[in-house]
Design a protein around this ligand. Structure first.
Ligand code: AMP
Ligand code: MG
Length: 489
């Protein structure tokens, strides 16, 4: 079923499929009955060198549905393992197929993956399928993350399959086309360590270096450099999550990329009122992946990465462990300095003072005490409307506000430049849970995609502070049921 559709702009290479064959299984997507295009990311399609008009034709949609394989693609399911909630497991793409790597007009390389495209040799008991709600949810949130300038895999399209999928009820099947710098995960390395040879591990590490860190290719100790670079990217990424109140929800090592992109939008959600213990995922009963734990979990995952890379660090294990520990211990300082720098920006602070940390921590403490909304608090400060915060009128907030204003007065930069910096650092809008749910309900229950399209439009420019964003800053109606999210589905 290979199809000559070069005119669509597909320009595949398959470097991953040239790696040792134990790294993947050749697998074709399972064709579906009657695919329909629900949403297409036109700007992304263009940047990938794809023809937007042709992608929307029957042939174009057949590619997104897995009914036709574009010329040059070599579909595979990738093997990987991972620590899930702390326990090692064998996984692999159980409901996704990598078509290949798209070469873009600007010379970049992106994985093109169909998610929900049918069973693979890694499916175990699963049906290999996905349902419309979660695929649209991934589309909305991943694109919102991109607009928030947070590294992430992106969403090119969602098609419905015309087939139903059995979950708790029968739901419409759907396939998401995911675009990623790569799908290399910590779990990919864990897989090779468990079932492969040291030579295969070296091959994988060399591949990761070539693909994501070409600058370190010539380093004598390039595998240690690889570890250090991934630490840097993940510290940067997790800081960005914390600064916008994003809770990933399932930070298993298979969901942590080598590229430093956010991946796996299952149970993630944004926090409303500031509470560091916030957890949304229905299965995370211990709160392992709570907001406040994300940096430490990131570091824990990186320790699993170090363990995987040990044989490449040094032939003497003791020495390898020493090198790993030294590099690994840098994560904490890196994270804290990124976080402090990011929080300073959120408060318009442009130089450094020793007391900045306690000024920031004081604000967070007061926010928590009064159940202040995370995004809207920083938005209100940005707009110089402290009266709009939930803490307004309390002595402690009034005191804090005075301290903060005095702090801004102590720097050379004039106040307007601080407020400008804040506008650029505090999103006015985020994908609020009730807005996402409303958009999904209209789409799934009524086939009305306009609510979702409007939401995506508003979220595409979160630092705009435009009038049409105003109503998207409203908080949900108070509810006595906490918001819950789900994996997989
Ligand atoms: P995730 O929660 O999406 O990270 O998935 C964890 C593992 O379960 C991965 O190996 C997936 O490929 C697999 N998986 C999730 N849903 C399905 C499904 N419907 N059919 C087969 N495998 C699945
Ligand atoms: Mg996953």
């Amino acid at each position: 079923m290979t199809h000559n559709n070069k005119e669509m702009g597909w320009n595949f290479d398959n470097s991953y499929a040239r790696l040792p064959e134990s790294f993947f299984e050749s697998t074709e997507p399972t064709p579906v009955r009657s695919p329909e295009l629900v949403i297409l990311n036109k700007p992304l399609a263009k940047s990938l060198g794809l023809d937007v008009k042709k992608l929307q034709s029957e042939e174009g949609i057949d590619v997104f549905a897995g009914n036709k394989i574009p010329e040059g693609a070599l579909p595979i399911a990738q093997a990987y393992a991972g620590h899930q909630f702390g326990h090692f497991t064998m996984l692999g793409d159980g409901r996704a197929v990598l078509l290949g790597e798209q070469g873009t007009p600007s010379g970049e390389r992106f994985d093109i993956q169909l998610k929900g495209s049918g069973r693979t040799p890694f499916s175990r008991g699963g049906d290999g399928r996905a349902t419309i709600g979660p695929m649209l949810r991934e589309y909305i949130i991943s694109e919102a993350m991109h607009a928030l300038r947070i590294p992430t895999n992106r969403s090119l399209s969602v098609v419905t399959t015309g087939e139903s999928v059995i979950r708790e009820t029968e739901l419409p099947g759907a396939i998401l086309t995911r675009v990623a710098a790569s799908h290399l995960r910590i779990g990919t390395f864990e897989y090779v360590v468990k079932w492969g040879t040291v030579e295969e591990l070296r091959t994988l590490a060399d591949y990761a270096i070539k693909r994501h860190f070409p600058d370190i290719e010539e380093n004598e100790d390039r595998y240690l450099s690889l570890f250090q670079e991934v630490i840097k990217r993940q510290a940067g990424l997790i800081t960005k999550w914390q600064l916008v109140g994003f809770i990933h929800g399932v930070m298993n090592t298979d969901n942590m990329t080598i590229s430093g992109e956010t991946i796996d939008y299952g149970p993630c959600a944004f926090m409303d009122d500031y509470d560091p213990a916030t957890v949304f995922s229905s299965i995370d009963v211990q709160g392992r992946y709570a907001y406040q734990n994300q940096p430490a979990i990131g570091q824990w995952n990186l320790a699993r990465f170090a363990e995987a890379l040990l044989p490449l660090f040094h032939e003497k294990q003791d020495h390898a462990v020493e090198l790993a520990q030294e590099a690994h211990s840098k994560f904490e300082d890196l994270y804290h300095s990124h976080w402090l720098a990011g929080m300073r920006k959120k408060l318009g602070i442009q130089n450094e003072e020793e007391q900045d940390k306690s000024l920031i921590e004081d604000l967070l403490r007061i926010m928590k005490k009064h159940g202040a909304d995370f995004t809207n608090t920083f938005r209100a400060l940005t707009l110089d409307k402290p009266e709009d915060t939930a803490m307004n009128g309390t002595t402690e907030f009034t005191h804090w506000y005075e301290q903060w204003q005095a702090r801004l007065d102590r720097q050379e930069e004039p106040k307007p430049s601080s407020y400008k910096l804040m506008k650029n650092s505090n999103p006015a809008v985020i994908p609020r849970n009730h807005r996402v749910e409303e958009a999904l309900e209209a789409a799934v229950e009524k086939g009305d995609y306009s609510v979702m399209e409007q939401l995506i439009e508003v979220l595409s420019n979160p630092y705009a502070y435009s009038p049409e964003q105003e109503e998207y800053t409203n908080l949900p109606e108070p509810s006595n049921r906490p918001y819950r999210t789900f994996c997989g589905t």
